[in-house]
Ligand binder design. Structure first.
Ligand code: MF3
Ligand code: CO
Ligand code: CO
Length: 292
């Protein structure tokens, strides 16, 4: 058993000041019942307090501003380094820190992944955006110790309709994931809805990289897979914050990592790949998208 109750008359763990029995006792019993049935449940430290949620919301304002700024300026002829400069300047101006810079040795302030690059593309002076490219820009901001993580796709100039469709369907997949983020359902329910929509269009979702808990740290539990079964994976409990960020390939799901930089992930068959990422809070009533 990971999840334990408290003594009934003690002040509740959530910090409300109320007695446990008048506050989260019934809530905890629901988690324990799921765990007894053999389900994966979050540890209490994955359930964010109101103060932590406020901190993540504030970080998210900066993350969204970065991507809004990129959206306003991105164009053919620009280098991916210039995108990095926009993200770095916007974050600095608003008092945040770019979480990717120096993260496990990653050298830049955001990730820029285009065409057959699946994720973790490294911004560079040498990579110039061309007419017809599709590109994902993924930013993560730290503010007062809280993390906001999201990414968007951008179409450069005149994009092949099939590639545009990949970008649009990937966005729809994330929208479906958001809709299926329902308290007391399972991550596997959400994930399977995402995957069915991708498959209906003949696309495949990358298996080894996915979403993650986020907020008090960059990458927290759980790992959020999109290739899994309904009724499995972690119970979605109010207070959990995680990302929905499927990487969807027009071809097969197989990927490999660039041997030279040890970061950039490519599709094995050279087909284009798209990704959108949102950070979402599970609430009592449903969910709140914090960052997109
Ligand atoms: N932002 C990415 C994510 O969504 C992680 C990038 S880590 C980096 O989880 F080191 F590659 F930047
Ligand atoms: Co993420
Ligand atoms: Co991200």
């Amino acid at each position: 058993m990971v999840y334990k109750k408290m003594l009934a008359n003690l002040p509740c763990w959530c910090g409300s000041g109320k007695k446990y029995k008048k506050c989260h006792e019934a809530f905890d019993e629901r988690i324990i019942a799921a765990e007894k049935e053999g389900h994966i449940v979050p540890s209490r430290k994955l359930l964010k307090t109101p103060e932590q949620i406020k901190g993540i919301r504030d970080a998210a304002v900066i993350n969204r501003a970065c991507l809004d700024e990129v959206a306003a300026k991105i164009r053919a002829g620009m280098s991916t380094q210039e995108i990095d400069d926009i993200v770095a300047a916007t974050t600095k101006k608003m008092g945040g820190i770019c979480a990717t810079l120096g993260y496990e040795g990653f050298p830049k302030s955001c990730c820029t992944s285009y065409n057959d690059q699946v994720c973790h593309g490294i911004p560079s002076e040498e990579d110039i955006l061309q007419d017809g490219d599709i590109i994902n820009v993924d930013c993560t901001t730290i503010l007062n110790g809280y993390y906001a993580d999201s990414s968007r796709m951008f179409l450069i100039g005149d994009v092949d309709p099939e590639w545009k469709k990949l970008v649009d369907v990937t966005r729809e997949c994330v929208e479906i994931g958001v809709k299926e983020t329902v308290p007391w359902h399972y991550l596997g329910d959400m994930a399977d809805a995402v995957n069915r929509h991708a498959r209906a269009h003949g696309y495949e979702i990358v298996e080894e990289i996915g979403g993650h808990g986020c907020g008090n740290d960059f990458h927290e539990d759980p790992f959020v897979s999109y290739v899994t079964t309904p009724g499995t994976e972690m119970l979605m409990v109010p207070g959990m914050v995680f990302t929905i960020e499927p990487m969807i390939n027009m071809g097969k799901h197989h990927v490999f990592v660039d041997e030279e930089n040890d970061w950039t992930v490519y599709t094995e068959d050279g087909s284009p790949s798209a990704q959108w990422e949102v950070e979402i809070l599970v609430t009592e009533e449903g969910h709140e998208v914090l960052c997109w």
